[in-house]
Ligand binder design. Structure first.
Ligand SMILES: C[S@@+](CC[C@H](N)C(=O)[O-])C[C@H]1O[C@@H](n2cnc3c(N)ncnc32)[C@H](O)[C@@H]1O
Length: 285
């Protein structure tokens, strides 16, 4: 995660010092707020994991660990959901955790705040109470580019789950995922740009950036950068089973009347050869 402020030149006059010109929308932007608006849907994720945990285990989950939690929005969604829900957020980055405390934890009721724990730790080595659910969303687990390290991560998640615990994560793919392309999504006052800057078919390594363009012409380039390995679903399933999980389910979504993804993810044994897809995955201990 990095933010760069640029200097401007106008009419050949001496470079104007920042602060003397009217700040642009990019200067004033809050990248975490823009990120959440662009790529997070914690209400959907809450419904999906809570419903499928109950479907698989026949009971309500209570203790959730949000790995790669970032701003910990899912932790807060979870504790607001039920008085018996507790959440642990784990992230390496102190800045994003602090943003989460100031913007999400601070907005919780006192009794809800008491049910959230934030840990600035590495998910590979974090030690916490056994949990019912671990979530690893927005493809963060792909940061582990070596198969053995990803397997070790999944094995440590497996060890950190209660006996009937479940890991939930998401995955993306389709033939567009391998292309070096940009995808733009308009939002109120800004455009979210997902930039697949490079893909190497030999290592499976991909370099992606998130940019934000504003309607005053200003831009936040590389607000976030991700160096990932693009894992396929069969590969992911094999690594989860190698790590000790007993059953892996892939969930595929359908299409609505406007031919848009309908967000209704159902267990699937066959998918569609779409240009771009997102799948949900559950792995049972
Ligand atoms: C793509 S963001 C995901 C944020 C959030 N989970 C979401 O769904 O949008 C990835 C986050 O993972 C964190 N991260 C990367 N490697 C990590 C590791 N080994 N242990 C803990 N956090 C890590 C980064 O600091 C970043 O906040």
């Amino acid at each position: 995660m990095n933010i760069k402020k640029t200097r401007h030149k106008s009419g050949g006059k001496a470079t104007k010092q920042p602060g003397s010109r009217k700040p642009t929308k990019a200067d004033k932007a809050d990248i975490h707020a823009l990120y959440e608006q662009s790529v997070q849907s914690t209400e959907f994720e809450y419904e999906f994991i809570d419903t499928n945990f109950r479907r698989i285990r026949g009971r309500k989950a209570k203790l959730l660990r949000e790995d790669f939690c970032g701003t910990a929005q899912m932790c807060c969604e979870w504790v607001r959901g039920r008085k018996s829900n507790h959440a642990i957020g784990v992230d390496l980055d102190a800045d994003v955790l602090q943003w989460g405390r100031e913007h999400h934890i601070a907005a919780l009721k006192p009794e809800e705040k008491a049910r959230v724990t934030m840990l600035q730790e590495n998910v590979l080595s974090v030690k916490a109470d056994p949990v019912d659910i671990v979530v690893a969303m927005n493809f963060s687990w792909q940061i582990f580019q070596q198969r053995s390290v990803l397997r070790d991560y999944f094995a440590s998640v497996h060890a950190g789950l209660a006996d009937d615990g479940i890991l939930f994560l998401d995955s993306f793919g389709g033939y567009d995922a391998y292309r070096e392309i940009e995808e733009k999504t308009r939002h109120k006052g800004f455009t979210y740009v997902w930039d697949q800057a490079s893909y190497d078919p030999v290592s499976g390594r991909m370099l992606c950036h998130i940019h934000f363009n504003f309607n005053d012409g200003s831009r936040l380039k590389k607000a976030f950068t991700y160096e990932w390995r693009l894992y396929g679903l069969p590969e992911l399933r094999d690594i989860l089973l190698d790590a000790g999980f007993s059953n892996v389910t892939i969930y595929w979504q359908g299409w609505d009347e406007d031919d848009e993804p309908d967000g209704n993810f159902q267990p699937a044994t066959v998918g569609e050869a779409d240009p771009g897809w997102i799948a949900m995955v559950s792995a049972e201990k």
